[in-house]
Design a protein around this ligand. Structure first.
Ligand SMILES: Nc1ncnc2c1ncn2[C@@H]1O[C@H](COP(=O)(O)OP(=O)(O)OP(=O)(O)O)[C@@H](O)[C@H]1O
Length: 272
């Protein structure tokens, strides 16, 4: 086992306020982590540290065995796949889907004069097929549906065989069918022993792909619970994290959560 990410007593302070506070967490190459927590809990800030896009205010962050602050972060970033709404905005709309994936080999957005060898082209074609995008290779990225775009971005992120794949809310804005399709593909990818370590941020337990092995629950910049998913993603921990009680169900690796009905009805719509 190889530790791909290690945070030790990490603090991130912005405008004098701790956004992350006392985070100690590590990820092994065989692990697939889901990160859950309320809006503003610090999930994106944590992802920025994990992708070597930001530095901590205090503590120690080691990404792929290298300590942030003592390593060329550009070299590190080439070994990490990252999909977020920001990465989506950087892709030119007129770029073909094939080039969206292929240009990852040079870490550029938008094909220019780079020379790609046959191995790169074959790798791109293989990955496009794996993510069910073979029929879209010549389509312009801007014409894809949201679900197809997400798959194209993930295909781009895995083009360089990264050692860590990080996904920030990959299912956000997808319709039910597109979400389910993406989850099936992520689940298959997570279960493959050839896949890199995965870390995925989501707002909904329904979006946790079966095959994910660990969960980290974050609240107000602190870890509320972290560890193997069966012990961590529990109704008790969700209540501590989100501040309200849930009924949590697990069926064939899929989670669902609804607020537990309060005994005395209150709020809008109650009978008076
Ligand atoms: N550069 C910054 N300067 C000041 N405050 C910041 C900065 N970056 C983040 N924050 C604040 O830190 C907190 C955590 O932000 P972050 O985006 O990490 O949360 P999140 O868990 O990803 O939230 P969401 O689920 O809404 O995306 C928020 O209150 C945010 O306003």
């Amino acid at each position: 086992m190889v530790t791909v990410l290690r945070l030790t007593d990490v603090t991130s302070v912005r405008d004098g306020r701790p956004i992350l506070d006392g985070i100690t967490w590590s990820v092994e190459d065989s692990e697939r982590w889901v990160i859950l927590g309320p809006n503003g809990a610090g999930k994106t800030t944590l992802m920025k540290l994990a992708t070597a896009s930001d530095f901590p205010t205090g503590g120690r962050v080691e990404v792929l065995g290298k300590r942030l602050g003592a390593v060329d972060v550009f070299e590190l970033r080439n070994r990490i796949g990252f999909v977020s709404s920001a990465s989506e905005r950087r892709i030119p709309r007129s770029e073909t889907v094939r080039d969206v994936v292929l240009t990852a080999a040079y870490a550029v957005e938008g094909r220019w004069n780079e020379q790609y060898d046959d191995t790169d082209v074959r790798q791109a074609e293989r990955i496009l097929a794996e993510w069910d995008l073979g029929g879209f290779a010549d389509h312009a990225y801007g014409t894809l549906s949201d679900g197809e775009r997400k798959r194209a971005l993930i295909a781009r992120a895995v083009m360089t065989d990264p050692e860590m794949l990080l996904l920030d809310e990959p299912s956000a804005s997808l319709d039910l069918g597109a979400r389910e399709r993406l989850l099936q593909m992520l689940s298959g990818f997570a279960r493959s022993s050839h896949s890199p370590a995965m870390i995925m941020v989501t707002h909904h337990v329904e979006e946790v792909p079966p095959g994910f092995t660990h969960a980290l629950l974050l609240r107000e910049g602190r870890i509320q619970a972290a560890g193997p998913i069966a012990e961590t993603l529990t109704a008790e921990h969700l209540e501590e994290t989100f501040g309200m009680p849930f009924d949590l169900a697990v069926h064939e690796g899929r989670y669902s959560a609804v607020a537990r009905p309060e005994r005395q009805a209150s709020g809008p719509g109650r009978d008076i």
